[in-house]
Write a protein that binds this ligand. Structure first.
Ligand code: AMP
Length: 261
């Protein structure tokens, strides 16, 4: 347990007002299940890593990463899902729900979780609310709003470290040495599903299957924060997310925490 966090100085640099600090809602100590929501390429993975470094307890759970690990391992889940993933379509709910339920039962989730890429269908959203109830999490959604026109360019310029998972953008966040991960020196790769035709299929899946979940969350009263996901540095976006969560009593901030502008 890392204890009480400050809204981090590392996020400083924007013109935001200091976060308004409220007590945790109803003094409810339930850990946060933060659902990072947004289309492919909206920056969910980048934000998950920043939030985990700076202000949210618990692991970053990416269903895409879990599935890619099975593909890399060449196991039966990998064989079942590889073709679907490479085509940009969604893998069956039943499988993803089971993988998430197993992951949430791990002890490192006890202090909270950051979900990235799950839920992606109404069925998954319903199952997630059952799981958050069962494991005692308090769910909240951060919706990263992005301009579709920018998505294809952003995703096709994306590179990832196959070792540590760090994401780079050739335009806005390139590695120090072209093609090489800053953190561990591995050669960066382009994910197969970041090819343009596949990106379009992923955006179609998002529009038809995933976006309707927002209404479901609104109807079920899950707190939701709409955050502009483009046009600013990722750190500034992360800072705004932390401030919103602290301001609504969903994560704690130290008594002297402030966000410098
Ligand atoms: P991501 O890394 O989140 O963009 O996910 C990559 C791919 O994995 C997606 O395009 C889907 O094929 C599959 N995938 C990841 N998460 C889910 C999910 N929650 N439901 C169904 N398929 C998923």
């Amino acid at each position: 347990m890392k204890g009480l966090r400050r809204v981090p100085d590392a996020f400083a640099g924007g013109a935001a007002a200091p976060a308004k600090r409220l007590p945790l809602e109803n003094n409810n100590p339930r850990p946060l299940a933060l659902i990072l929501f947004g289309s492919p390429g909206s920056g969910k993975g980048t934000q998950a890593r920043l939030l985990q470094q700076h202000c949210i307890e618990g692991p970053h759970i990416s269903t895409g990463e879990i599935l890619r690990t099975h593909i890399d391992a060449g196991d039966s889940i990998g064989h079942q899902t590889e073709r679907v993933i490479k085509s940009g379509r969604l893998v069956p709910d039943e499988l993803v729900n089971r993988l998430v339920a197993e992951r949430l039962a791990q002890p490192d989730c006890a202090s909270g979780i950051i979900l990235d890429g799950y839920p992606r269908t109404l069925n998954q959203a319903g199952v997630l609310l059952e799981l958050t109830d069962r494991f005692g999490f308090r769910p909240a959604v951060v919706y990263l709003v992005v301009d579709y026109e920018r998505i294809v360019a952003r995703l096709s310029g994306r590179r990832q470290c196959p070792v540590c998972g760090t994401l780079y953008s050739l335009k806005t966040n390139p590695p120090k040495v072209a093609g090489i991960c800053d953190l561990d020196g591995a050669a960066l790769v382009t994910r197969e599903d970041d090819r343009e035709s596949v990106i379009r299929a992923r955006l179609e899946e998002y529009e038809s299957q995933t976006r309707p979940i927002l209404d479901f969350f609104r109807q079920t009263g899950v707190p939701m924060f709409e955050i502009q996901g483009t046009g600013r540095m990722p750190e500034r976006i992360g800072q705004e997310i932390c401030e919103s969560l602290v301001g609504h009593g969903l994560i704690p901030a130290a008594p002297d925490a402030s966000v410098r502008s």
